[in-house]
Write a protein that binds this ligand. Structure first.
Ligand code: BTN
Length: 247
């Protein structure tokens, strides 16, 4: 459909801008892109390193009309679209670290920050924010990053066009999202499972309530992680941070 693309040389955060625009009534599919962010946000209160001319910093407004239990599928769907973009546009072996880190060779190359805003009727809109490290050279990353980071450039040495990568990403996002709205999430789910580094691994899960150790046995139809603990109980994990444990 008709889409608003809003490009900014600099923003504090594309998610912040998209939230303001969404609250002003901008439609589903509005895309906010910045060349750099001065206060790029990550999950769990972390910041997202967002230098000019290097990465893709992008947010999209969604207004999904879906049963509440299907909303979480958008998180897996986004991770699949991002991983496919690295694989198919850049020929890099990207994997998904559930719920939504994208890794290449075990290092983080992209992250996703989804924020849902609710009103009396339920979810009013969702802002899906995506940050991808593209042309960064490794020595440019700040040393205090908790997760080891990488970029497309660092994995492959060639600088690439961010516009081309962004177009590839938007096309994949749209295609998986339209599938979801049309009630066919199967293909996306299957792809998400096959790209996931967690399934079959023993891991530690940290949530706001504490931690759990177990084996990841599957991702269910809503994108939740099924974790079997030492006593055999299977937990359905909605969110959290996983660390794959060495065996
Ligand atoms: C994470 O891995 O913790 C999520 C990182 C998300 C970063 C992107 S960059 C574009 C959008 N705007 C933000 O402020 N954050 C997201």
């Amino acid at each position: 459909g008709q889409t608003d693309y809003l490009y900014y040389q600099e923003l504090d955060s594309t998610n912040n801008r998209a939230r303001v625009l969404a609250s002003e009534g901008y439609p589903e599919g509005t895309v906010v892109v910045a060349d750099m962010q001065t206060a790029g946000r990550g999950r769990r209160g972390r910041s997202w390193y967002s230098p000019s001319n290097q990465g893709i910093y992008m947010s999209v407004i969604l207004r999904p009309v879906l049963p509440l239990k299907e909303i979480s599928r958008i998180s897996l769907l986004t991770a699949v679209a991002v991983a496919e973009t690295f694989e198919e546009e850049l020929n890099l072996p990207a994997r998904i670290k559930w719920p939504n880190d994208i890794l290449i060779n075990d290092k983080k190359v992209a992250g996703i920050l989804s924020e849902a805003v609710t009103d009396m009727d339920g979810i009013e809109y969702i802002v899906v924010g995506i940050g991808m490290n593209i042309n960064n050279q490794l020595q440019e990353f700040p040393g205090d990053f908790r997760t080891a980071a990488t970029s497309a450039r660092a994995e492959d040495a060639r600088p690439v066009s961010r516009v081309k990568v962004l177009q590839g990403l938007l096309a994949r996002l749209e295609s998986h999202y339209l599938d979801l709205l049309a009630g066919s999430f199967e293909g996306t789910l299957k792809k998400g499972k096959s790209l996931s580094v967690a399934i079959g691994q023993v891991l530690r899960l940290d949530t706001i309530n504490g931690f759990l150790v177990g084996k990841a046995i599957d991702i269910d139809e809503n994108g939740f992680l099924l974790l079997r603990d030492q006593s055999g109980i299977v937990h359905t994990i909605i969110s959290g941070e996983i660390t794959i444990l060495p065996l």
